[in-house]
Design a protein. Structure first.
Length: 209
C-alpha cells in the first residue's frame, strides 16, 4: 500500500462513514446476523456497536494495519469476540462452509477483483448462510452513471481504489448467491458518490426448491 492509501484513507473513511445516517444503515445490515460472522473490510470497527446478541464471533478481514489499530477501542468495547482473520477478501484462509453470515459495508467498491471475493464468500458460507451489505456504486440513472465514469479516475486516486461506477447488484447476481432483498437509493450528498445498495443474499441449500 502507498502512504496515502495506508495512512490517510483509513482515517478519512472513519470520519466520513461515522455519521448518524450511515449508522442507521449499519444497524439495518447487522440486524439479522447470527452465529459466526465474517466481516469483509472491517475498517476501524464502526459496525461493532451494531452486532446483535445472536452473533457468536466475528472474523475480521482488513488489509490496513492503521485501520485495525484504530479499531482497537471499539473491538475492546464489544462483547462479541473479534479476531483479525486475514488481509485479502479475494483469498480467504477460512474453511469451507464454516460461516453463518457475512457482513460488508462500503467494502465491495474497493476490492480489486470483486467477483473473486464473492466467490470466496460463497465458499466459506454454510448453505443457507447470508451476506448482509450496505454498499455504494453505479447509479441506475444513465446521466448520473456518466458522471461517475468521468469522476472515477480521480475518485480512485483519492479514495484508495474505490469504484463509484461499480455495478454491485450485477456482481451479486452472478456470484451464485440468491439475492433476497435489494434496495437502491441515493444517500445525502452529490449523487455520483451516493448511490446505495442495501440488502442481503443467501447461499442456496443443495436440493432445496
Amino acid at each position: 500500500m502507498g502512504w496515502w492509501r495506508e495512512h490517510v484513507v483509513p482515517r478519512m473513511a472513519d470520519r466520513l462513514l461515522d455519521s448518524e445516517d450511515v449508522h442507521r444503515l449499519r444497524a439495518r445490515a447487522c440486524e439479522h446476523l447470527r452465529g459466526d460472522v465474517l466481516e469483509l473490510g472491517f475498517g476501524s470497527g464502526l459496525n461493532t456497536g451494531h452486532y446483535p446478541p445472536s452473533v457468536r464471533s466475528v472474523a475480521a478481514i482488513e488489509p490496513s494495519d492503521v485501520a485495525w489499530r484504530m479499531a482497537g477501542q471499539r473491538v475492546a468495547a464489544t462483547s462479541v469476540p473479534v479476531t483479525r482473520a486475514g488481509l485479502d477478501g479475494q483469498h480467504l484462509q477460512i474453511t469451507d462452509d464454516s460461516m453463518d453470515g457475512v457482513l460488508s459495508t462500503f467494502t465491495m467498491c474497493t476490492i480489486p477483483d470483486l467477483d473473486a471475493a464473492l466467490s470466496e464468500l460463497v465458499r466459506v458460507l454454510r448453505p443457507g448462510g447470508s451476506v448482509h451489505f450496505v454498499e455504494h456504486g453505479r447509479s441506475d440513472d444513465a446521466r448520473v452513471a456518466r458522471w461517475q465514469d468521468r469522476l472515477q479516475p480521480v475518485n480512485a486516486r483519492i479514495a484508495g481504489g474505490c469504484h463509484i461506477d461499480r455495478p454491485i447488484a450485477d456482481h451479486l447476481r452472478r456470484s451464485g448467491l440468491q439475492v433476497e432483498r435489494l434496495e437502491s437509493r441515493y444517500d445525502k450528498g452529490p449523487k455520483p458518490f451516493g448511490f446505495l445498495y442495501v440488502g442481503w443474499a443467501t447461499k442456496p441449500v443443495p436440493g432445496a426448491r
